[in-house]
Design a protein around this ligand. Structure first.
Ligand SMILES: N[C@@H](CCC(=O)N[C@@H](CS)C(=O)NCC(=O)O)C(=O)O
Length: 206
């Protein structure tokens, strides 16, 4: 793999940061191409699915975060070789995306009763239920695959960091406090030396 290029918005979160973290965990050097909204609008028509992040390698551009992460994971030992174990990791990666899809509508709502009701429903109902399902799926821990951090851990860590960070109105940072395995996974993942060093460089910690 030649030095790949990750193109995403200039903030340490969401799908683009997950790809950066997969590369960081794999120890792969990459070009961290951060674009603003205006540059994204210009790029959009040329992107495979009109969205970011994208991953460019050997002149070929790939989209869809989980597909990109699996490509990195397969090449660098962050994804199980066993087909069933790989599918179990896929399921957790998709479950992390479920959360984003549930939150997206309220991200587009103006402040007001509709938005607060939607967020309240998520905070009191959907998210605790989602967290309870994760508790059953994580297994012995601390990571999804046991002692070794992998792709599913990146996704779960990022969801927990986002939603526990008190950054979304009406979603209290305590939303996953009743999910000890998710919390332990997140704490352990943040302490993985490559990830801790990467996070220490963040300009806007979240
Ligand atoms: N299913 C896609 C979703 C990509 C996506 O929605 N990306 C967002 C940023 S996280 C985006 O580009 N939004 C701007 C837009 O769609 O115009 C993936 O997993 O990569």
């Amino acid at each position: 793999m030649s030095k790949p290029i990750v193109t995403y918005f200039d903030f340490p979160g969401s799908r683009g940061e997950e790809i950066r973290m997969a590369l960081v965990l794999a120890g792969v050097e990459f070009e961290d191409n951060r674009v603003n909204r205006e540059a994204f609008r210009a790029l959009k028509p040329s992107l495979p699915f009109g969205a970011m992040p994208t991953f460019e390698v050997n002149g070929q551009v790939l989209s869809q975060t989980n597909a990109i992460m699996r490509l990195i994971g397969r090449k660098h030992g962050l994804y199980p070789a066993d087909a069933f174990e790989a599918a179990r990791v896929d399921a957790l990666m998709d479950a992390a995306e479920d959360v984003r899809h549930r939150l997206t509508p309220s991200m587009r709502m103006a402040d007001g009763p509709e938005k607060s009701a939607a967020r309240k429903q998520l905070a009191e109902d959907y998210l605790p239920q989602w967290g309870a399902f994760m508790e059953k799926q994580i297994g012995e821990g601390p990571f999804v695959e046991g002692a070794k951090p992998g792709l599913a851990d990146i996704k779960l860590y990022m969801i927990n960091r986002w939603l526990s960070g008190n950054v979304l109105e009406h979603i209290p940072g305590t939303v996953f406090d009743s999910c000890p395995k998710l919390k332990l996974l997140s704490e352990a993942f943040g302490e993985v030396p490559e990830i801790a060093a990467w996070n220490a460089k963040l300009i806007f910690p979240q």
